[in-house]
Design a protein around this ligand. Structure first.
Ligand SMILES: C[S@@+](CC[C@H](N)C(=O)[O-])C[C@H]1O[C@@H](n2cnc3c(N)ncnc32)[C@H](O)[C@@H]1O
Length: 327
């Protein structure tokens, strides 16, 4: 999601300056695929600043209910203010979506008509320097979506072994120079603790040098890897998707938007598994996949943003949307 008019150089106080405009990714497609209708009950598992939630709320009036979760307390407070006109029909909670079963049990709300999961970080998190996600910032190397969590990116960078760092940078950043980068980090931290985003970006840039024809900043993949590791973004995602399905009505839909290949691979495999398809890619006589369909894949290929959307929201370029319907 992009907040129009916002620049990284502006100082930003979440509760005093309200974001002027929200541009949620593939908003029309989300509402259409979720089949939002008056009286419907929906979960936005990654509320962010509430852009998709607003679009859903518009469609479920009257008598609808939207349960919104985010692990980022600041984003949640923003969304709460933004969605105030709909406060009677929203329940907004500071929660990791992996706790969705518990949340729905506690609220006594199940089953629901649809669940949206818009993975990754929001523009707010990326663009506000103090959150420490951006390699362009002088801020502390933080990267926690949930600031009540203790471990930050600086802890990983300073405390992990060279092998552990290389492994994270390779697995979660798909970075070919992972070993070289890990070695450079270890050498640099022997002189002084690495605490700032810009400090790490410089270490990585020097380690990578001019290797490979890169169209992106040399630190992009390393920052992505650390962010995924700090927030344990991929851990248990497949289990969450399987659990989420159990809370849908028959015919209810799970819509997932992912932003990088590692996430999309998990979503794709989970959807294949839940719709009774083979995921092991072995010859049929050796396949041991359960092949028990509890859902159907609605999007045979992932949907991606069209040219018009990309012209106004270039950050959406890597988005892939997949939908699954409970059988
Ligand atoms: C791409 S943004 C969502 C933007 C939102 N759809 C909108 O229109 O404003 C992703 C959000 O999901 C949150 N998030 C990521 N992983 C989460 C998790 N496991 N549990 C809860 N929230 C999570 C992030 O804090 C971030 O605010």
């Amino acid at each position: 999601m992009v907040r129009v008019g916002w620049q990284a150089s502006m100082s930003y106080e979440p509760w005093n300056s309200f974001p002027p405009e929200h541009v949620p990714v593939m908003r029309e497609e989300v509402v259409r695929l979720l089949r939002c209708k008056p009286g419907g009950r929906f979960v936005d598992a990654t509320l962010g600043l509430g852009g998709h939630a607003w679009a859903i709320l518009e469609k479920i009036q009257p008598d609808g209910l939207l349960i919104g979760l985010d692990r980022d307390q600041e984003s949640l407070e923003y969304a709460r203010a933004y969605l105030r006109p709909y406060s009677d029909c929203t329940r907004l909670l500071h929660e990791n979506f992996k706790n969705l079963p518990l949340v729905l049990n506690n609220l006594g709300v199940k089953p629901v008509d649809g669940i949206l999961v818009d993975l990754g970080v929001s523009s707010y998190q990326l663009l506000v320097p103090e959150r420490g996600f951006s390699f362009q910032s002088e801020a502390m190397l933080d990267m926690r979506m949930d600031r009540t969590q203790r471990m930050t990116a600086a802890d990983l960078v300073n405390d992990l072994s060279r092998e552990q760092l290389a492994d994270i940078i390779y697995r979660f950043g798909e970075e070919r120079c992972s070993r070289r980068i890990a070695a450079a980090i270890v050498t640099a931290r022997e002189q002084a603790r690495i605490t700032r985003c810009s400090q790490l970006a410089e270490i990585v840039s020097r380690a990578v040098g001019g290797r490979g024809a890169r169209t992106i900043h040399p630190a992009t993949r390393t920052f992505q890897a650390l962010r995924i590791a700090v927030n344990q973004e991929l851990e248990g995602l497949d289990q969450f998707l399987a659990n989420a399905l159990q809370f849908l009505k028959t015919g209810g839909r799970l819509v997932v938007i992912s932003f990088h290949s590692l996430e999309d691979r998990i979503v794709k495999q989970s959807f294949r598994m839940l719709s009774g398809q083979c995921v092991c890619e072995r010859p049929p006589e050796l396949c041991t996949c359960p092949r028990q369909a509890v859902a159907q894949v609605v999007t045979s290929r992932p949907l991606t943003p069209g040219d018009a959307e990309l012209a106004t929201n270039p950050r959406a370029r890597s988005a892939k949307l997949r939908a699954l319907e409970r059988g």
